[in-house]
Ligand binder design. Sequence first.
Ligand code: UGA
Length: 334
Amino acid sequence: MGSHLARALLERDCCKVRVVDLSMDKLPEKHERLEKIEASVDDGGVIAEVVSWSDIVVSATAICNPAVYNTDPAAVIQANFTHLEPLVKRCARSGKRLIHFSTCEVYGHPQRSPSGQILPMNEDSTPLTMGPISKERWSYAAAKQLLERLIYGCGRHEGLDYTIVRPFNVIGPRMDYMPGVDGEGTPRVLACFMRALLFREPLRLVDGGRARRAFSYVTDFTDAVVRIIERPSACQRQIINIGCPDNDITIKELAVRLREKYAAMCAVPPSAIVSVSSEEFYGPGYEDVERRIPDIDKARALLDWEPRTPIDEMLGPIIEDYVTRYAPFCPAKS
Ligand code: UGA
């Protein structure tokens, strides 16, 4: 998401962009208004330098990979809270504007109406409902929530100028990684499915793929963030959902549509789809979220923004990107 935002800002000719990251391979090689600093946010002095250079700091670092939440919660809490606490405090002390990427996962389980209908998640009224401590899946949401609470507190009591963004299942080209090629473990669902397709393995549906997600496309997301950057007064001290409620589908539907599109684009027979239990897939301590529908009325009102990309329009460019990046590492077609 960070590399997409950097590119969108460079295209607009509005500012200089300094990117701090561990690797720069998703950015243009050279651009006159782009500066790349290969460093980690927790390297000594990095936060102080970043804040002193910038008029606006966009904080996008995170471990946001559900398979790690219950296998290495200490690293998750460190990356999503501990490493970023000094950034928030320094922005507050220095009077710098902070735009922080949080997560839809802070909402936890969805709320229901009295008639049992799942309700859209609203930034300012929906309670945040997580599972018990033994369900370690919530280590990520808890760390992200604590950072949001720190940001909110610094806003109210120390005058921090901030906007918190809650992205809802953003997908697109150049996102996530391919296990066994440029990362290990289990990435988010789309990358898991793409790995299965490219390696001609079955797509695995956790608990039958009955959970639902409202997927949003990365260019719709970056369009919203650019508007947040351009509207400092309207977005000051706001929490804003960015998502696409119309793209709410089951994970099974995603698997079916993706494998059909892939089979058509790559002229291969459709892959198998199998069901696995969540315990088998993620191990103990995982707890799924049944459904997440964003309420985006605030984003519409403050940003004059609308998500534009339906799921079926996203899949082609995503497949094309994965095939370009990873086909050389995959078994040859027989
Ligand atoms: C994740 C992260 O935890 C959040 O940080 C982030 O906000 C969110 O993605 C997001 O993309 O915004 P989640 O939606 O549960 O949360 O992540 P995925 O790993 O993409 O899983 C979605 C669903 O697919 C889950 O029900 C999962 O069990 C299922 N799944 C995953 C499969 O059925 N098969 C797979 O191979 C992988």
